[in-house]
Write a protein that binds this ligand. Sequence first.
Ligand code: ADP
Ligand code: MG
Length: 187
Amino acid sequence: MAQGSDICFEHVTFTYPTGEQPAVSDVSFTAKAGTVTALVGPSGSGKTTIGTLVPRFYDVQEGHITLGGVELSEIAFVFQNPKLLKTTLEENIRGGCKNASREDILRAARLAQCDDILAKLPEGIDSIVGGKGVYLSGGEVQRVAIARAILKDAPVIILDEVTAFADPENEVQIQAALKELTKGKTV
Ligand code: ADP
Ligand code: MG
């Protein structure tokens, strides 16, 4: 696996604009390309903050974060509370992939275990979701978000508590979807 997508934190310290204490203090680690790196710690210890620093939602005050040769725009995220846009399921999965064909989108949906969602909606992948559209459960929305990430096919994937809102049945499907999403990726 290309060393080009190692993520490396070196002595990173970050304080939120509204924060008094650093949320992350002197953190160093390498997330090796093509492997899974898990951050484990109590609530409030800074796991989510570390995840959001990689896509530069915020810039750090001290230290460095490097991503080998990978452009920051090439990272896919699946966070614990994804939102759908008020449009068709197809467009929600398409996300930023303007040139994806309908077949590409259906394939991503299948790999993300969304076939049962498509089957139960009267208009399948053309159904309007989000806002006042058809209701999807937290676990179903999560699978749609994973389909979007599979379609994006980014070399680097950041996951944050992705099964937090899933019931046990959805959790099994989400695990299967994540297995497809993360094959050969830096996670
Ligand atoms: P974890 O994901 O490990 O539970 P977080 O990264 O959410 O931890 O939080 C780390 C610290 O940063 C906590 O002290 C939290 O209160 C603070 N924090 C998190 N988000 C914000 C924010 N948007 N603004 C200010 N402080 C924040
Ligand atoms: Mg968190």
